[in-house]
Design a protein around this ligand. Sequence first.
Ligand SMILES: Cc1cc2nc3c(=O)[nH]c(=O)nc-3n(C[C@H](O)[C@H](O)[C@H](O)COP(=O)(O)OP(=O)(O)OC[C@H]3O[C@@H](n4cnc5c(N)ncnc54)[C@H](O)[C@@H]3O)c2cc1C
Ligand code: SF4
Length: 329
Amino acid sequence: MRPLRYARATDVDGAVATAAADPDSAFLAGGTTEVDLIRLGVARPRTLVDINALPLADVDDLGAGLRVGALARMSDVARDPRVVARYPAVAQALLLGASEQLRNMASIGGNLCQRTRCPYFRDDVSPCNKREPGSGCSALDGISRGHAILGTSEHCIATHPSDVAVPLVALDAVVHTVGPSGTRAIPIGDFYLQPGTTPEAEHPLEHGELIVAVELPALPLARRSLYLKYRDRQSYEFALVSVAAAVAVEGGVVTAARLALGGVGTVPWRARLAEQRLVGAPATAERFADAAAAELAPARPRPDNAFKVALAQRAIVRGLTRATQGGRS
Ligand SMILES: Cc1cc2nc3c(=O)[nH]c(=O)nc-3n(C[C@H](O)[C@H](O)[C@H](O)COP(=O)(O)OP(=O)(O)OC[C@H]3O[C@@H](n4cnc5c(N)ncnc54)[C@H](O)[C@@H]3O)c2cc1C
Ligand code: SF4
């Protein structure tokens, strides 16, 4: 048995200092990922810094935007009337994730930092470059049905599992942190790192750097956003493909579009190729399909997950169509 030091932080600076002091430390929020990984032997922190006593659970109105505390629980954020009215895709993505019990425990900061559900990463035995750099990737010739088709490398093809990160990427949220080197505001588009040759590096946080809040920017278009999720069963399951979409149409022509995908990318995937095709185009199913095809053209599927190419294209068309019809998922 490995000894584990438990430290309960009472202020942000103390949490950062305690975590930074031990290179083998980890933060503990709701624990719905971290405790699982410790039990599986995949995470082996020597010090666990419990951050639940920190005053980071509020959702603050910034006037136009919202600032969601890192310890705000998924279920609380999903039901916040300001989130529901101004960022419906965020509320929908939260409610379509995990289960009610998990959502009551799980925090927004923890959700963004959750690890992949790749079974080889979680079994603590198979070669896995993300868990054990340089050991190989068992998914390349193994089971890869749930794996990524965009942003992959020969070192890792795991998807990022978060639902809520998908609309956050579409809407250009900002991740606020406090770390040993000070405070940072990281655009969420820069927060997730594609695997390349270093799949063990998933985000740019330095060791001991704490997410304190996620800012939802002022974006009128977000009021008409939606989130669709396709999975093997209708609840308590991760996405095979998901779509966050928001579209503005004037005179039958798309004037603005925000689109991101889950379940298909090694990171929550901003569909910029599709967005570029959409703006200025007629808001028709044909043009939506054309944009979807452009986004999926660089896909590199495995035999197990080739179905995701067509599924993602159909999901994009459906998401865009519904977004133009009033934004209900
Ligand atoms: C059975 C099951 C089904 C699930 N289904 C879904 C699903 O469909 N969709 C989905 O999106 N998610 C799903 N999840 C994942 C769930 O949403 C995450 O486990 C949860 O959001 C993590 O939040 P937490 O507060 O419990 O984080 P923790 O488990 O406490 O922490 C997770 C990671 O984040 C780090 N961390 C936590 N807070 C911070 C912070 N403020 N700053 C920096 N690092 C931090 C921790 O050190 C740890 O590495 C599922 C989980 C389970 C167990
Ligand atoms: S896909 Fe990534 S996480 Fe899964 S076995 Fe390969 S390297 Fe590990």
